[in-house]
Design a protein around this ligand. Structure first.
Ligand SMILES: *Cc1c(COP(=O)(O)O)cnc(C)c1O
Length: 409
């Protein structure tokens, strides 16, 4: 057999201005270069406890159970659903984009009875619509997405927790795309389980899913825990609840591991923990409100720049996410060719789209470490140059000028 060698990893210094992943903050990458520790080393368990404390602040919650699920954001989603939802339980999913569909796909595998509140892509549900759906279906659990990057719209969540408690419904929210960039007010929303990821506004790499769990959700999940007869994780159950049908994503076991009991489960992904901890430190040092304002300023400038290029934005301004913007590809322009030239000539990546929006819009993100004035201006300048060369009529410099003016406002 011939031996094959490849060169060392040496990716181009590309500016990632799409819907994620985005460039990680250098401090996060440096933290990830630190040496390993044994998983029950006191230094390691201290880092775990500190990470819990940091993410309580990031999630704006007092939830004791605030920890990391190892894996990408989807691992957090799957852990939440598989641990909360029992086969046959009724789950109401608010679906207004691709990630709402992902929730139903996961719930189907669990064997949940799925009912949905479906909205056209680009719309969000009103509190009244959510209440009507709860009254009509009387679900055990409600699941929804906060910011769905596929549509660039953010679902308002104030009042949803109170509504769920009124009808005795547990709630889950996916905040992967918004955590660290838009307000994720877990306790004010009053929702039970909230999960996120690192590779969007948290300014880290994909591979860790911070999650927070209310006491009442934890109680429900612990009630599904295996009876400790013989080997932990054996087939015995407490007879009232169906055991969580995943070992890796069994949040009862994961919580036991993160608790003072330190019951062995997986090996905490040391390097990802270092990265997640540093990402939270960077976020909290900047301050949540300052960080939300920085994302909003970038979004404002992106919107102004795109409009000044004569482009039409996707969706209404009222519920627009402040970290990713959908914009229609103008008639007669090849969207993929524009993305190719952005990448090849300017080392800038912007996003395409999925489902009903595929080939219709681009998605331009300004998230985390990339929600910076100079990065927004570079992106606007590059895009308008490419568009001009592709035959879209615009005044050279209009987009950058408008974005700059929005920043200087
Ligand atoms: C990006 C995104 C995810 C991604 O999950 P990964 O497993 O990290 O790829 C999940 N949910 C939402 C809302 C997202 O925007």
């Amino acid at each position: 057999m011939t031996q094959t060698f490849f060169g060392q990893i040496n990716p181009p210094a590309r500016l990632l201005m799409g819907p994620g992943p985005v460039n990680a903050h250098p401090r996060v990458l440096r933290a990830m270069a630190a040496d390993m520790l044994g998983q029950f080393d006191p230094e390691m368990t201290d880092y775990m406890n500190q990470t819990m404390e940091l993410y309580r602040q990031v999630f704006m919650t007092n939830n004791r159970w605030t920890l990391l699920v190892d894996g990408t954001a989807r691992a957090g989603i799957e852990a939440a659903l598989v641990s909360l939802v029992e086969p046959g339980m009724k789950l109401l999913i608010v679906r207004a984009g691709r990630f709402g569909l992902l929730l139903s796909e996961i719930a189907q595998r669990i064997g949940a009875e799925i009912v949905t509140l479906d909205l056209p892509w680009g719309e969000v549900a009103s509190l009244a619509q959510i209440e009507d759906a709860i009254v009509a279906h009387r679900p055990h659990v409600l699941a929804c997405i906060h910011g769905d990057t596929s549509t660039t719209m953010a679902q308002p969540l104030d009042g949803v927790g109170a509504l769920c408690r009124k009808y005795d419904v547990l709630s889950y929210v996916d905040t992967t795309a918004t955590l660290g960039g838009m307000e994720v007010a877990t306790d004010r929303w009053g929702v039970d389980v909230v999960s996120g990821g690192l590779q969007k506004c948290m300014g880290g790499p994909p591979g860790s899913a911070p999650i927070t769990i209310s006491d009442r959700a934890a109680e429900h999940i612990f009630a599904r825990r295996h009876v400790e007869a013989g080997i932990r994780g054996s087939d015995t159950t407490d007879g009232t609840r169906v055991r969580i049908p995943s070992n890796y994503f069994d949040l009862a076991m994961v919580m036991d591991y993160w608790s003072e009991k330190r019951l062995n489960h997986h090996t905490e992904a040391t390097t990802m923990l270092y990265g997640a901890r540093e990402a939270a430190r960077v976020v909290l040092e900047e301050g949540l409100q300052a960080r939300f304002a920085r994302h909003a300023a970038a979004s404002h400038a992106v919107c102004a720049g795109l409009r000044a290029m004569g482009l039409e934005l996707f969706g209404g301004d009222e519920h627009r996410m402040t970290n990713v913007t959908g914009v229609y590809i103008p008639k007669g322009i090849d969207g993929e060719k524009v993305r190719g030239r952005m990448r090849e000539d300017f080392e800038i990546e912007i996003g395409s789209a999925f489902g009903p929006l595929q080939g219709k819009i681009w998605r331009i993100g300004a998230m985390g470490y990339n929600a910076e004035k100079h990065k927004v201006l570079l992106t606007m300048g590059a895009l308008e140059t490419v568009l001009r060369h592709e035959g879209h009529g615009l005044t050279a410099g209009a987009g950058v000028d408008a974005a700059l003016a929005a920043y200087n406002d």
